[in-house]
Ligand binder design. Structure first.
Ligand SMILES: [Zn+2]
Length: 99
C-alpha cells in the first residue's frame, strides 16, 4: 500500500467518481463518494511524500557538510601508488611507502 503513488489514487478516484456520476448518479452515489475518498487518500499521500522528501534533502545536506572537512584532508597522494592520503599520514595506507 505504501508503494502505490498518491497520483495513482487521485487518478483512480477521479475516474471512478466521474464514471459513476456520468452513468447513473443516483444509483452509483456510493461509488461516487468512494472515488472522492480515493482522491483524498492520494492527496494525503502526496503531501506526506513531499514532507518526507524535504526531511530527506535536509538530512543529505547535513551529512554533506559534515563530511566536507574529512574529504579536504585528502590533500596529498602517495608517490608510489597514487593512493589519496590524509595530511597527518606519514605512511601510505595501501602500499606502506613513506611519504
Ligand atoms: Zn602507496
Amino acid at each position: 500500500m505504501a508503494k502505490i503513488h498518491g497520483l495513482v489514487y487521485i487518478i483512480v478516484g477521479l475516474f471512478v467518481s466521474i464514471l459513476s456520476w456520468k452513468l447513473n448518479y443516483e444509483k452509483l452515489i456510493f461509488f461516487f463518494y468512494i472515488g472522492w475518498f480515493f482522491v483524498l487518500i492520494g492527496a494525503f499521500k502526496l503531501v506526506l511524500n513531499f514532507i518526507k522528501n524535504k526531511a530527506k534533502k535536509q538530512e543529505t545536506i547535513q551529512t554533506k557538510t559534515h563530511h566536507t572537512p574529512h574529504s579536504q584532508q585528502h590533500a596529498k597522494y602517495c608517490a608510489r601508488c597514487g593512493n589519496a592520503m590524509r595530511m597527518q599520514d606519514f605512511y601510505c595506507s595501501r602500499c606502506g611507502a613513506k611519504v
